[in-house]
Ligand binder design. Structure first.
Ligand code: DGY
Length: 425
C-alpha cells in the first residue's frame, strides 16, 4: 500500500499526464476529450499546486460555451476514433466542436473556491472575466432546463446527469422510442469490460435521445419542453442550487450587486424546488419523471447532496440519517451510487452501485458543513483507503473495494488532492 506522499505525487502526475495543453482528458482511451464536470473537478485538483493552471482549465471549458449560455458536456478538440459518439454524430455546429447537451453545473462552485485561493492579480482578473460567462450558463439552466420555474433542473439526456445509467432513469428511459436509432458502433467496450458499463439497450436510448436533439437542431427551448425524456434530477438540482449560492458569494466579492439580486431569486426558487423532490413515501430526495409525474422512489448517492445544497428540514435530515445507517450497514465502503437494498443494485456497474470520488467529495463537504462530521470523515477515510489499495480508478465497488472503469483517472486524482488540501485548511 502506498504512503500519502507517494499518492500525492502520483495524483499530480496523473493530472499533468492527462493535460493535453490547457485542458485535461478524464482518462486516456475511454474519454479522450474535455468533459464538462470532469474539468471543473480537475481544476480543483490543479488548484492544490497551481492555481493559474486551474483557472486555465475553467477558461478552456468555457471556450466551448454556446451563444445561448450552455456549457456543453463534451468539447471535442480532435476526431478521436477511440470514442463514440464523436463530433460528426452530434453535428452541433459550434467551434470548437461540442456535444449538444450539458452536465451538472459545478463550475461556479469551483470558480468561487479558486477565487478564494487566488493571490495573484492576473488569476483574479481571469476569474473576474469568467463571472459573466458563469452567469450566462446559470441563466441558460433557468430558462431552458426549468421552463416552468419550479426550481429544479430538468435533465433531457441521462448523460446530462453524469450518472448515466442510474436505475432512476430506467422507467423514464423505457418510454423513449428507440426504433429509429441509426446503426452505430460502441467504442467504450474497447477500453472497459462490458460488466462495468451501461447495457446495449441503454446505449440505444442514449443514441435515440441524441438523434432527437439533433433533429430539433439543438434548439434548447424545444428540447427542454418536448424531449421524450424529462426528469427533474436530484443530483443536478442540488448541485445547481449550491452553485447558485457559491455564484452569489462570488458576486458579492466582486461587487456585482445586480447579479447578486438575480441569483437571490434563483436560490429562493431552488429551495422550493428541492421540496418538490422530497418523496414522502420513500422519505428521501428522489428524482422525478416530469412526463409521468412519478418520483423514482430510489435513494441514490445524489439524495445525500441535500446538505451540500443547504436544504432539508430537521425531520428530512433525520430520515436521511436513517437511510445512511441502513446503507452503511450493507457496505464495506461508503457511499454507493445506488441503494444496496434494491434489487437493481449492481456493485460493479457504473452508476448502479459503485462509489464515485466526486460525489463523495460533495456529500462530505455538505455533511461537514452541516455538522455531520462522523459521516463526512467516513467518506474521506474510505476514499483514501480505496485509492491506496486500488489506485486512481474511475469508480470503486462498495462491497469488495475493487476498482472499476478507467484507470489513472483525472477526477479521482483531483479529488484525492482536494481532500488532502481541505484536511490541511
Ligand atoms: C460516456 O460516453 O460514457 C460518457 O459518460 C458520456 O458523457
Amino acid at each position: 500500500m502506498l504512503e500519502q506522499a507517494e499518492l500525492r505525487a502520483a495524483a499530480r502526475r496523473i493530472l499533468t499526464s492527462n493535460d493535453r495543453g490547457g485542458y485535461t482528458v478524464p482518462t486516456h482511451g475511454l474519454y479522450p476529450y474535455q468533459w464538462n464536470w470532469d474539468s471543473a473537478f480537475v481544476a480543483l485538483g490543479f488548484s492544490t499546486f497551481d492555481v493559474g493552471r486551474a483557472v486555465t482549465e475553467l477558461e478552456s471549458l468555457f471556450e466551448g460555451q454556446w451563444i445561448n449560455g450552455m456549457v456543453p458536456h463534451i468539447i471535442f478538440r480532435a476526431d478521436e476514433r477511440s470514442y463514440f459518439p464523436g463530433p460528426s454524430v452530434w453535428r452541433a455546429n459550434h467551434s470548437p466542436p461540442t456535444s449538444g447537451i450539458t452536465q451538472p453545473s459545478v463550475a461556479a462552485s469551483v470558480a468561487w473556491q479558486l477565487w478564494q485561493k487566488a493571490d495573484d492579480e492576473s488569476d483574479q482578473r481571469r476569474l473576474r472575466a469568467l463571472f459573466p460567462k458563469l452567469m450566462a450558463s446559470h441563466r441558460w439552466f433557468h430558462q431552458f432546463r426549468d421552463p416552468d420555474h419550479l426550481g429544479i433542473v430538468v435533465m433531457t439526456h441521462p448523460w446530462e446527469s453524469g450518472r448515466d445509467n442510474s436505475p432512476e432513469w430506467d422507467e423514464p428511459m423505457a418510454n423513449v422510442d428507440t426504433s429509429r436509432v441509426e446503426p452505430y458502433q460502441r467504442r467504450d467496450l474497447d477500453h472497459a469490460d462490458a460488466s462495468m458499463r451501461p447495457t446495449q439497450a441503454q446505449y440505444d436510448c442514449f443514441v435515440a435521445l441524441l438523434q432527437f436533439g439533433r433533429e430539433c437542431g439543438w434548439d434548447a427551448a424545444a428540447i427542454g419542453r418536448t424531449s421524450p425524456l424529462r426528469v427533474a434530477d436530484v443530483g443536478m438540482s442540488m448541485i445547481h442550487l449550491r452553485a447558485n449560492r457559491d455564484l452569489q458569494a462570488m458576486a458579492s466579492a466582486l461587487g456585482e450587486d445586480e447579479a447578486s439580486r438575480e441569483i437571490a431569486l434563483w436560490i429562493a426558487r431552488g429551495e422550493q424546488g428541492a421540496q418538490l423532490l422530497w418523496d414522502p413515501a420513500r422519505a428521501a430526495f428522489c428524482s422525478r419523471d416530469l412526463i409521468t409525474g412519478k418520483p423514482s422512489g430510489y435513494v441514490t448517492s445524489a439524495s445525500f447532496l441535500a446538505h451540500y445544497a443547504g436544504v432539508g428540514s430537521s425531520d428530512q435530515r433525520a430520515a436521511l440519517r436513517e437511510h445512511w445507517s441502513r446503507i452503511s450497514a450493507r457496505c464495506s465502503f461508503m457511499c454507493p451510487s445506488f441503494d444496496p437494498e434494491e434489487t437493481k443494485f449492481d456493485s460493479y456497474r457504473y452508476w448502479r452501485g459503485p462509489i464515485w470520488a466526486v460525489v463523495n467529495f460533495l456529500i462530505a463537504k455538505g455533511m461537514a458543513e452541516a455538522g455531520e462530521t462522523q459521516a463526512a470523515h467516513r467518506l474521506g477515510d474510505d476514499m483514501r483507503a480505496l485509492i491506496a489499495a486500488g489506485g486512481f480508478r474511475e469508480a470503486f465497488d462498495p462491497i469488495t473495494g475493487a476498482g472499476t472503469g478507467g484507470d489513472l483517472f483525472s477526477w479521482t486524482a483531483a479529488m484525492y488532492l482536494a481532500w488532502l488540501d481541505s484536511a490541511n485548511d
